[in-house]
Design a protein around this ligand. Structure first.
Ligand SMILES: Cc1cc2nc3c(=O)[nH]c(=O)nc-3n(C[C@H](O)[C@H](O)[C@H](O)COP(=O)(O)OP(=O)(O)OC[C@H]3O[C@@H](n4cnc5c(N)ncnc54)[C@H](O)[C@@H]3O)c2cc1C
Ligand code: SF4
Ligand code: SF4
Ligand code: SF4
Length: 393
């Protein structure tokens, strides 16, 4: 049955558990914290729906999706939205548009354990809950079923998730709905929730307090610095950039704890699976420095007429400039290529059962001289920038 699927194929999209008429598929964590389906065989009626629905084993319908997307660089004109978003804050503008048309938005929030899950929002005020990238896999739960009910009630629904989650939703629904609009992002990969929890645990011990709020890609020192900011209940704050924060280094530099399927992702081609794709427009400074004031610039790929329509409806709320696919590719390798698995990845995840996050990191990551020089350079630049910012204040 579906629980025999190879780990390298299963994205953990939950389409199988949502479609099962017997509710006998449970998504359970493996020893590295990645969720995979398990079947309760005494309840299973062998209908094969799980296998027929799985986007990793079947085609995903891309009808109506464009082979060549329209490309824009853009950001929200609302400075607060832009600062509090990961890239240019365009997703919040899209969500606002859907809600103002009496629709609902399904996207990702943190829960009380600082883990992440998909949820449904209906008011503009709730957009702040779903804002920002969380670089761990979100729990879909049974939200595809709820989405289907809302679609059948003729509600407008906007769904945002990784490309494999959008594929999971489309295959679960099994037919197109005019009132569904899908958003995904250029996806480097999703990290082990177990590794992330061990990282949080390490910081809670260092700061002698529980974590109150996690904020990846915080812009205090600029968008290009990729800083991670963590607020603690005792009022203290941790903030380090991509060159010094261990979790970001393990994710971006080392490819240490991504889900196995992410190293051979099947959603890196065109047409893309969603109506509109969001990303960071890395490299936009080389095209025109005016487009990168270090506050966050979104890359928008419009992949269908539906995507085009909603983009047109938010034009008045954003600054935008049309660009090319070539420009998008130039700074963003993850559009077309999967990350390469670190050979120490499994050892690292195994060691986390015994040692703290920083100890495992030290044991598995040997930084070479070039990397050390580069890091030193960026750390000094970061310090100078921080000092300048504090002088300005
Ligand atoms: C796991 C992950 C990997 C990414 N990899 C890249 C990359 O390699 N290159 C690149 O250019 N951009 C990447 N992005 C996209 C980028 O970080 C921004 O999310 C995107 O540009 C939209 O930014 P925004 O400012 O418009 O909106 P934001 O509000 O910052 O984010 C958009 C929405 O994404 C959804 N989201 C957040 N975390 C998750 C999650 N874990 N799973 C599913 N949905 C989530 C939320 O609902 C959020 O509102 C990635 C995002 C994620 C979550
Ligand atoms: S075969 Fe049918 S009943 Fe059995 S696990 Fe799959 S979907 Fe559920
Ligand atoms: S439907 Fe999704 S979660 Fe289920 S086996 Fe396929 S890829 Fe894995
Ligand atoms: S890299 Fe591919 S498989 Fe991995 S989370 Fe992103 S879309 Fe899914």
């Amino acid at each position: 049955m579906i629980d025999t699927i190879k780990k390298e194929l299963c994205t953990g999209c939950n389409a199988c558990s949502n479609i099962c008429p017997q509710n006998c598929i449970e998504m359970k964590d493996d020893k590295f914290g990645f969720r995979y389906p398990t079947v309760e065989y005494d309840k299973c009626i062998k209908c094969q729906l799980c296998i027929k629905t799985c986007p990793s084993l079947n085609k995903v319908s891309l009808n109506g999706k464009w082979t060549i997307p329209k490309i824009f660089a853009a950001w929200s004109l609302d400075e607060e939205i832009r600062f509090n978003s990961t890239s240019g804050g365009v997703f919040s503008e899209l969500a606002k548009q859907i809600i103002n048309n009496t629709g609902i938005v399904v996207a990702v929030r943190y829960n009380e354990k600082n883990l992440v899950e998909h949820c449904m929002i209906e008011t503009e005020d709730e957009i702040k809950i779903i804002r920002q990238s969380k670089y761990i896999q979100s729990d879909i739960g049974f939200i595809y079923k709820v989405i289907k009910t809302k679609l059948l009630e003729e509600k407008l629904v906007g769904f945002c998730g990784s490309p494999c989650q959008v594929a999971g939703l489309l295959n679960f629904l099994g037919k197109p709905f005019d009132n569904l609009i899908t958003f995904d992002f250029v996806c480097r990969g999703t990290n082990s929730p177990e590794a992330y929890l061990k990282y949080i645990d390490m910081l809670e011990k260092q700061y002698e307090s529980k974590v109150k709020k996690v904020w990846f890609k915080n812009k205090t020192y600029g968008w290009n610095r990729f800083s991670t900011r963590i607020d603690f209940e005792n009022g203290k704050t941790y903030i380090k950039d991509r060159y010094t924060d261990l979790f970001m280094r393990g994710y971006i530099e080392e490819n240490l704890y991504m889900r196995p399927c992410c190293f051979d992702c099947k959603y890196k081609s065109f047409p893309r699976v969603s109506d509109l794709t969001l990303a960071d427009f890395w490299g936009v400074r080389a095209i025109d420095p005016v487009l990168d004031p270090d506050k966050g610039t979104s890359l928008i790929m419009i992949n269908s007429e539906k995507g085009n329509k909603i983009f047109n409806s938010i034009r008045k709320n954003i600054l935008y400039r049309e660009s090319t696919l070539e420009a998008a590719f130039s700074g963003n390798g993850c559009i077309a290529k999967s990350a390469i698995k670190n050979l120490k990845s499994d050892i690292f995840l195994e060691m986390l059962h015994t040692y703290s996050f920083d100890v495992c990191f030290k044991k598995c990551v040997k930084s070479n001289i070039l990397k050390r020089i580069k890091r030193k350079f960026y750390m000094t630049a970061s310090k100078v920038k921080r000092t300048l910012i504090s002088f300005k204040k």
